[in-house]
Design a protein around this ligand. Sequence first.
Ligand code: ATP
Ligand code: MG
Length: 175
Amino acid sequence: ESVSLGALFNYILDRFDMIISGRKPDQKQYTIKREIPETDVWVEVDPSKFTQVLDNLINNAIKYSPDGGVITAAMVIETQEVIIAISDQGLGIPAKDLDRVFGRFFRVDKARSRAQGGTGLGLAIAKEIVEYLHGRIWVESKEGQGSTFKIALPYTLEADLEDDWGEPDALEEKA
Ligand code: ATP
Ligand code: MG
């Protein structure tokens, strides 16, 4: 299924903004800043699976953010692929664990993670889904400064698709 990635991304973030606006003053505060271009791209994804991936990345960013933390949700269109990045100002991940966080049941600090809740499966599932979509997922992080989780996906420009649909020859041949 071909999906407008920027539109889907904004839709997912709207849900999180609704949750934030409903939070009580004594609960942890955070904001999600969007860096999403006007130009959209088309990607081959199952919207519900892609939503599951982003829900986990954003929920992780929230879980590991300090009170008042800013989470950045960015989309960058490169020549070959589109990059989705979720950044936080949280605890970060030790260099030796950067690949291991995508393993099943892996959690950086057992005690800390248990207190935060969850199963340790979210990123393993995210990796499986992203690879099924012919994409890549990885993390860049500095301990104590925060983490950025990135997803790269192959895309088609919206304009390219419209050109294909507008092709009159193919339609006429069928008629
Ligand atoms: P689940 O997603 O199943 O509810 P979880 O969030 O602990 O549980 P994952 O999403 O797979 O599991 O993350 C694995 C581990 O990676 C986490 O337990 C945590 O130690 C580390 N981690 C994930 N995201 C971040 C982040 N943004 N900042 C710091 N550590 C993180
Ligand atoms: Mg998680």
